[in-house]
Design a protein around this ligand. Structure first.
Ligand SMILES: Cc1cc2nc3c(=O)[nH]c(=O)nc-3n(C[C@H](O)[C@H](O)[C@H](O)COP(=O)(O)O)c2cc1C
Length: 169
């Protein structure tokens, strides 16, 4: 069985906490958790990737992802399966909700990744176009711990059901 590499960037710890909960749901033995701040160079080792980021400064990528971008732009993801998740605040930042996740989607897409784990936009209220796939889906799992923390467990559970077959679990 191939292991999944989960790489996340986090500023106040929210995305790191969601990353742990995703790993727990998929089975901790199946997932290696990596903070992008320290472990980005290990990304090449995995065929199965879960990639998580928050959004800061009104539409900016989380700063550790931003710092990693030059290395990411040198990587190739052909033959690799990638699932994205993002954390954000749709009430305070509706115009840039989850823009960081949208930016990572474009970056990985340009480098030939195969994506899984698109997620419906039902139940969210925002206007940002960047994290969208085909108008009514997000490019990955959308988490809003600032306004909808009570929905996070169920969202993670449902999303992991979609991921399991794609990651051979
Ligand atoms: C100054 C500031 C700017 C933010 N900008 C955005 C934004 O543009 N879009 C968004 O979705 N969330 C935004 N957020 C919310 C954070 O992304 C959210 O709280 C996230 O869960 C933080 O995760 P982290 O602690 O893992 O970095 C912002 C928060 C702050 C305090």
């Amino acid at each position: 069985m191939k292991k999944i590499g989960l790489f996340y960037g986090t500023y106040t710890g929210t995305t790191g906490n969601v990353a742990k909960r995703i790993a727990k749901e998929l089975g901790e033995e199946n997932v290696d958790l990596h903070n992008i701040k320290e472990d980005g160079a290990l990304m090449d080792q995995y065929d199965y990737l879960i990639i998580g980021t928050s959004t800061w400064s009104i539409g900016e990528l989380q700063e550790d992802w931003d710092a990693f971008m030059p290395q990411l732009e040198d990587m190739k993801f052909a033959g690799k399966t990638v699932a994205l998740f993002g954390t954000g605040d749709q009430v305070a930042y509706p115009d840039t909700f989850l823009d960081g996740m949208g930016m990572l989607y474009e970056t990985f897409q340009f480098r030939d990744a195969k994506f899984v784990g698109f997620w419906p936009t039902t139940g969210y209220d925002f206007t940002s176009p960047l994290p969208l796939f085909n108008h009514d889906n997000f490019v990955g799992l959308a988490i809003d711990e600032d306004n909808q923390p009570e929905l996070t467990d169920e969202r993670i559970k449902e999303w992991c059901k979609i991921l399991r077959p794609a990651f051979g679990l």
